[in-house]
Design a protein around this ligand. Structure first.
Ligand code: NAG
Ligand code: ZN
Ligand code: ZN
Length: 496
């Protein structure tokens, strides 16, 4: 590899790509090439691009990004490339246009006529959402994001509670089966991407810390942008347009800029009333202030059924507790499900959500874990000395799950590919732990929840799956989909 640098260096000098400080690291050059290929400025190829191609791609990128057009890979250009943005290509049909123009002409953006919907009413579905956001707020945000577009065009939208929907919104981690180029890249970088009509898919990177209330990555803006793509809009070169490729903060301006409005009306026409309704962006910064959460819509399953819950445990009276976000549900042995209850009302001083929860089989006390801290309650009374910094005692920070393990009479905490046996009284890790998850044959790493069933079997949960660990055989004996297979979780018996 190293031998390539001098020759490439020479090539760049000859072809006029500036090495402004006399040197571009191989890494920077690689990053730039990957970026320019990913976003459509350079053809994707396994070969090295010539310095000339590279300089022309850089110029194109600078022009669209409102940087000074030099063709040089200077600091501000490289800086712009690492800004959080949308994963959709800036230049969608480079190849198509290129085959018509061989010269140095600017490639025009080109949307083929078929990239729109041929109906005015579209349905959408929220396939899943981050476990730390409330379902109610996510639904409000999605509804508002669609309204942005319906309030300035002839389109109308409604949520489909069942398949099939025209447009599906889903959160994914890393590679999620739509091509290596679309694999998500962890926090920052590409935040989301979507497909043009009539594929009807928008995908969001689970690795971002999404938020609908100030801190973190604002989900509403990104929803609104990706929905724009699902309706057929490409990226805009207007800096203030919602459809510009870079992540933006909400402010006093309208969320949609005139370029966005023209683009959507170009495809679908103006609203029948002729009136546009627009609101300033900051109206959408705090969804917690929107209409209060009503009880779950009748006829709908509890919201934990639609995606994974944070924690699950049985108390000594055999009531099942399921925790998700700011709420918990109780399911009786007979299958009766409570409405969602407020976590912080029942257990005062808990944070707004928890990462793991377990009831001690010894004395029925509730343990909660989040970050490096832990809480212990007798019924609803927080015990003295809590919350504690349990991570100071060697417990893992941000544990995956916690279990009361009858044979040892101890708590067990799972984190990644390790488990910790914890002394309940002192909340310290027992000698010789943590140990490898190999001891739990067949149990997946990073499970989301775990519990011991009153019949003695241990259930692990991760995503839509569950695994039963047989305490006698010391291995996993069964697995399946929890919402469908386990009637005691309360997700089976409605919506016909
Ligand atoms: C869309 O218009 C309706 C009716 O005027 C209004 O209540 C709503 O707040 C608007 N939504 C957005 C996102 O602008
Ligand atoms: Zn985009
Ligand atoms: Zn995707």
């Amino acid at each position: 590899m190293e031998a390539d640098i001098p020759s490439l260096f020479l090539l760049l000098v000859i072809t006029g790509l500036c090495l402004c400080n006399g040197y571009i690291s191989e890494e920077t050059l690689q990053t730039a090439q990957v970026f320019l290929e990913k976003y459509g400025y350079l053809e994707e190829t396994t070969k090295q691009h010539s310095g000339k191609q590279l300089a022309s791609a850089v110029r194109e990128f600078q022009w669209l990004s409102h940087l000074s057009v030099s063709g040089e890979l200077d600091t501000s250009t490289v800086q712009q490339m690492i800004q959080p943005r949308c994963g959709v290509k800036d230049i969608e049909s480079l190849k198509l246009v290129k085959s018509h123009h061989h010269g140095r002409q600017r490639k025009k953006r080109y949307i083929s006529k078929s990239k729109k919907w041929y109906k005015q009413h579209l349905t959408y579905q929220i396939v899943n959402w981050p476990w730390y956001l409330s379902q109610h707020q996510v639904r409000q945000a999605v509804k508002a994001a669609f309204q942005l577009w319906s309030n300035v065009s002839s389109l109308t939208f409604s949520e489909a509670l069942r398949d099939p929907a025209d447009i599906r919104l889903a959160f994914f981690d890393g590679d999620h089966n739509d091509g290596a180029g679309n694999a998500f890249d962890g926090p920052g970088g590409a935040l989301a991407h979507a497909f043009f009509p009539r594929r009807g898919e928008a995908h969001f990177d689970s690795a971002e810390h999404w938020s609908l209330n100030g801190k973190g990555r604002n989900l509403f803006v990104v929803l609104a942008h990706e929905i724009g793509h699902t309706l057929g809009l490409p990226h805009s070169s207007f800096k203030n347009a919602l459809m510009s490729p870079y992540y933006k903060k909400l402010n006093k301006d309208y969320v949609l800029n005139f370029d966005d409005v023209l683009a959507i009306q170009n495809l679908y026409g103006a609203p029948p009333s002729g009136n546009l309704v627009q609101l300033p962006g900051k109206q959408f910064a705090f969804f917690q202030d929107w209409s209060p959460e009503s009880h779950e819509d009748s006829g709908m399953k509890p919201s934990y059924c639609h995606s994974i819950f944070d924690a699950i445990t049985w108390d000594l009276k055999k009531t099942l507790y399921i925790f998700k976000g700011r709420h918990f549900w109780m399911v009786s042995l007979g299958g009766k499900i409570s409405p969602p209850q407020s976590l912080q009302k029942r257990w005062k001083k808990l944070p707004s959500y928890i990462e793991a929860a377990v009831v001690s089989g010894l004395d029925g006390k509730f343990y909660f874990f989040k970050g490096g801290r832990c809480w212990r309650y007798k019924d609803s009374i927080l015990e003295e000395g809590f919350p504690q910094k349990c991570s100071m005692n060697g417990l893992p920070r941000r544990p995956d799950t916690a279990l009361y393990f009858q044979p040892l009479g101890h708590l067990v905490i799972f984190k990644g590919s390790k488990y910790y046996v914890v002394n309940e009284e002192s909340l310290t890790v027992e000698p010789y732990y943590p140990r490898s998850l190999h001891d739990w044959k067949g149990v997946p790493a990073n499970s989301h929840s775990v519990l011991t069933h009153p019949d003695g079997a241990i259930y692990f949960f991760k995503g839509h799956q569950y695994w039963i660990f047989d305490q006698k055989k010391l291995k996993v004996t069964t697995s399946g989909k929890w919402a469908e297979d386990l009637s005691w979780i309360g997700c089976k018996n409605d919506v016909t």
